[in-house]
Design a binder for this molecule. Structure first.
Ligand SMILES: NC(=O)c1ccc[n+]([C@@H]2O[C@H](COP(=O)([O-])OP(=O)(O)OC[C@H]3O[C@@H](n4cnc5c(N)ncnc54)[C@H](O)[C@@H]3O)[C@@H](O)[C@H]2O)c1
Length: 468
């Protein structure tokens, strides 16, 4: 097997060009500085549990929007949000009262999945711009109804909380695909594995005495939730669509309630295979008994994606508040010219290939910090690798800010300018279709075609002709 190709100046220029384009895209909002208080988007948040509270706290550090109202049916969460916002929003228990306020331009919806559609619908009908958390909708009929409603209201912004679309890491990975650095992208592998046996999660444990009853356990009950696929997988299914540049054609899934016999009816272990139109595949895995992550040399746990092409591979994951985003690039062996090789050389290369010799990892994005004495061996190694990449002329973009914050800033910008968001309705609905059909495939134990959604729950679909 041949050695991995050296990066050529041409390759470096391709990456640098991609990164520059990403910088232009994500740099644009900063041009439009908030000039006065009244140019701030007047914002309400509906649902201030785990995610909503995160948004409230993060909004305290952002310009461009002012939180004038917060709403939650659960008083302790509402009180916490109202008290922790620098904007001192008014608290509400009924979201319809929020929507009745004429001074509110936009709403951020971070309620449980089963409430996304009714609240989004009512907010749009009340003339508000909407940023709704993923997964956008829960049922097939909601896919069709929301599409119709949003298309009838083109002046209102409809954005979905798929924050990877706002990450410069992922934007750069997409630029690498565009520039051909990965060749033909044929496969994506995605995993989000947790060990909920050893490290129980409050949100994924059935709480017997929650004062909200069933609603307090909404993630674990399929009438309210799409389970692991909606809560975790939705982010990664969107990445596969983005990298392949198309939507899946079929989905085959295996799911089980194998370890958590606590009354939940969503699967605790899920494997999915999606087939895309040119034969590409997304394989996605969601398990609850082990958190090991084979990506990034094992230095990170739980989640990440591998984007595989005929010329290279990218390992990629988003940052959290505690850890930076990470991307590593591996190159495939150079293409053999069969005419140039002898039969002996061909045999030698075939046997070498069978040893599975790997390629060197090339960081796409790491911290700019100088190497310091406090760094671990691994940290130093990574920093040297990054410098090496720089020395080759490859531009290494950095996440300027948390993509969750970036999506909010760009949402406010869209509200002011009327521009279409990066994570728009089409992306959100495609993502929901993938979630809904994955769960259906596992439940009915069959391969599902994406086109089945066209007639599912669609009042405008023509009835199938009756068999004679
Ligand atoms: N983008 C991401 O990475 C990300 C991360 C976490 C959660 N989420 C999404 O955010 C949403 C909320 O998740 P969470 O973890 O915050 O759940 P949660 O249960 O912690 O919070 C939901 C809150 O909504 C409130 N609520 C329920 N019905 C309401 C209604 N009709 N009106 C007002 N408030 C209502 C509940 O009382 C609760 O406080 C989910 O859709 C989830 O998938 C997205």
């Amino acid at each position: 097997m041949s050695e991995p190709k050296e990066i050529t100046r041409r390759d470096a220029a391709k990456v640098a060009a991609g990164a520059t384009a990403a910088a232009v895209i994500s740099g644009a909002p900063w041009i439009q500085k908030v000039k006065a208080a009244n140019s701030q988007v007047q914002m309400a948040i509906i649902g201030v549990g785990g995610r909503g509270q995160y948004h409230v706290t993060h909004m305290n550090g952002l310009d461009g929007g002012r939180l004038v109202a917060a709403c939650d049916i659960f008083q302790p969460n509402l009180d916490k949000a109202v008290n922790s916002s620098k904007d001192k929003p008014k608290g509400y228990k009924d979201y319809r009262e929020v929507l009745n306020r004429n001074d509110i331009d936009a709403v951020l919806i971070s309620t449980p999945l089963y409430t996304h559609f009714p609240i989004t619908r009512d907010a749009l009908l009340a003339g508000k711009h909407v940023l709704c958390e993923k997964s956008l909708v829960h049922k097939p009929e909601e896919v069709h109804a929301l599409k119709k409603l949003v298309n009838e209201r083109p002046k209102q912004v409809m954005q979905v909380g798929l924050q990877r679309r706002y990450s410069r890491f992922y934007q750069t990975a997409r630029q690498m695909v565009d520039k051909g650095l990965l060749g033909d992208v044929t496969n994506v592998y995605a995993q989000w594995h947790r060990n909920l046996i050893n490290v129980p999660s409050a949100t994924w444990t059935m709480k017997k005495n929650d004062p909200r009853g069933e609603e307090g356990n909404w993630r674990l009950l399929s009438k309210f939730s799409g389970g692991l696929v909606a809560e975790l997988g939705s982010h990664q299914m969107d990445i596969a669509d983005w990298m392949f540049g198309s939507h899946f054609e079929t989905i085959t899934g295996v799911g089980g309630i194998d370890y958590f016999k606590d009354g939940r009816d969503v699967f605790d272990s899920v494997q999915l295979i999606f087939r895309y139109p040119k034969g590409q595949r997304l394989m996605a895995s969601y398990i609850s008994t082990n958190q090991h992550c084979a990506l990034f040399g094992g230095q990170r746990a739980q989640f990440g994606e591998i984007i595989m092409g005929t010329e290279g591979t990218v390992h990629i994951t988003v940052g959290t508040d505690d850890e930076p985003a990470l991307g590593i690039w591996f190159r495939e062996p150079a293409k053999k010219n069969p005419a140039a090789g002898t039969a002996k050389a061909a045999v030698a290369s075939a046997s070498l290939a069978s040893t599975g010799k790997g390629a060197k990892a090339l960081p796409i994005l790491l911290s700019k910090d100088e190497v310091s004495e406090q760094d671990s061996f691994m940290q130093k190694e990574l920093k040297f690798a990054r410098r090496w990449l720089y020395s080759k002329g490859v531009m290494v973009p950095e996440e300027d800010r948390n993509p969750v914050d970036q999506q909010l800033i760009e949402f406010w910008d869209c509200c002011r300018s009327g521009a279409k968001p990066k994570a728009d309705l089409e992306i959100g609905l495609s993502d929901s279709i993938a979630v809904i059909l994955s769960n259906l495939s596992m439940k009915e134990d069959r391969k599902i075609w994406r086109k089945e959604i066209d007639t599912m729950g669609n009042p405008d679909a023509k009835a199938a002709p009756k068999k004679a």
